[in-house]
Design a protein around this ligand. Structure first.
Ligand SMILES: Nc1ncnc2c1ncn2[C@@H]1O[C@H](COP(=O)(O)O)[C@@H](OP(=O)(O)O)[C@H]1O
Ligand SMILES: [Mg+2]
Ligand SMILES: [Mg+2]
Ligand SMILES: [Mg+2]
Length: 337
């Protein structure tokens, strides 16, 4: 029997995301127990972001030294005398997640392996070391998100969600889930603490009135008054599930909600590829369709952003077209498209 496609990439991505997720958990515990998180100082989360990016990049480099990485962060603010204090903290933290300790120089170099410009050709990884920074700071949802993109197509996606309950019905139960997908091979969930992977799929609701939808906690990231109108038009009665990060894609994929609406708040904002690469493949492999507000597939070949898309709409394949129709009616009452 031949090995499954991307088996090595899948395994390395799981290791990298798990290691970075644990680094984030460690930072958070430290912050909560110390005084820093209440200071409204953005530096703590920045430390976690940098450390997680260093850990993932370092693990990827060992197995795939030739692969470029499109990562959210870069080392600019860690350099020089001004960056010293943060650099030292990041180094300490990052070194809790890697086998071979990094030096200050190799830390900066490792973080900057994420500066690739993306594009339509060849292999590249897309990395969001902490997606949902604001959720992380609030002690709510965030995710470490890693995807392999080949010739503009997402092939592998792994997400670590340290604060997500393993079972949505038991919110006080064990937390820490890993979501894993390879194109054509399905969607899976496992606990941080166990190797057993469980296949997951979206719920196929019969009627839209039974549906619930997810959206950002942050109204600056997705237009919540438009989503309320769309929900009303679709006959949805349940309150929106507001959640930070790509945990929304994970929630849909295991059947805990049916629709994800990400509606533009500005005409100029371009979604970042690392905010959607892994999550969109997970939903597709779990039985959903992911598109922009016009129903167009997300195009990961345009560089670091989804430059040819606007917003994101994800839903079970059976209801996606109906959702897009409602989105168009609300956003373009004059029939713009
Ligand atoms: N105006 C905007 N519209 C849409 N997304 C935005 C935005 N400004 C920032 N974001 C993105 O929203 C992401 C968080 O998404 P969500 O609201 O679903 O939690 C952020 O990721 P980071 O937290 O990694 O910076 C950031 O990239
Ligand atoms: Mg993000
Ligand atoms: Mg981020
Ligand atoms: Mg950010």
């Amino acid at each position: 029997m031949s090995a499954l496609a991307f088996a090595a990439e899948r395994a390395v991505a799981i290791n990298a995301v798990l290691a970075a997720s644990k680094v984030c958990q460690r930072v958070f515990t430290k912050l909560v127990n110390g005084e820093t998180i209440t200071k409204k100082d953005k530096s703590p989360v920045t430390i976690a972001d940098y450390s997680a990016q260093a850990v993932v990049n370092s693990i990827l480099y060992k197995s795939f030294p030739e692969d470029p990485i499109v990562g959210e962060e870069d080392s600019k603010d860690l350099r020089g005398e001004e960056g010293r204090s943060m650099r030292e903290k990041v180094l300490d933290l990052a070194n809790t997640g890697v086998d071979q300790p990094l030096t200050e120089n190799s830390l900066l170099e490792t973080i900057d392996r994420g500066t690739y410009s993306g594009g339509a050709h060849g292999r590249m990884w897309a990395l969001d070391p902490i997606d949902g920074t604001k959720g992380f700071l609030r002690g709510e949802q965030f995710a470490v998100c890693l995807a392999l993109i080949v010739d503009g197509q997402v092939q592998v996606g792994v997400m670590g969600c340290p604060n997500l309950p393993i079972d949505a019905k038991n919110k006080d139960g064990e937390k820490g889930c890993l979501f894993i997908t390879v194109k054509g091979q399905g969607a899976f969930q496992r606990n941080f603490s166990s190797l057993t992977e469980t296949p997951i799929s979206m719920s196929a609701i019969q009627s839209l009135t039974d549906a619930s939808f997810c959206e950002s906690v942050e109204s600056g990231h997705s237009n919540q008054s438009d989503s309320a109108k769309i929900a009303q038009l679709l006959g949805i009665t349940k309150a929106p599930v507001r959640m930070d990060s790509q945990c929304k894609y994970c929630t849909l994929s295991r059947g805990d909600a049916e629709i994800y609406l990400r509606l533009p708040v500005s005409a100029t904002y371009q979604e970042k590829i690392w905010d959607h690469a892994s999550g969109s493949l997970l939903v597709a492999e779990a039985g959903g369709i992911v598109s922009d507000i016009h129903g167009r597939p997300l195009d990961f070949s345009k560089g670091r952003t989804l430059a040819s898309n606007s917003g994101v709409i994800a839903a079970h394949a059976k209801i996606h077209a109906k959702v897009i129709e409602a989105v168009q009616t609300v956003l373009f009452p004059e029939g713009k498209l």
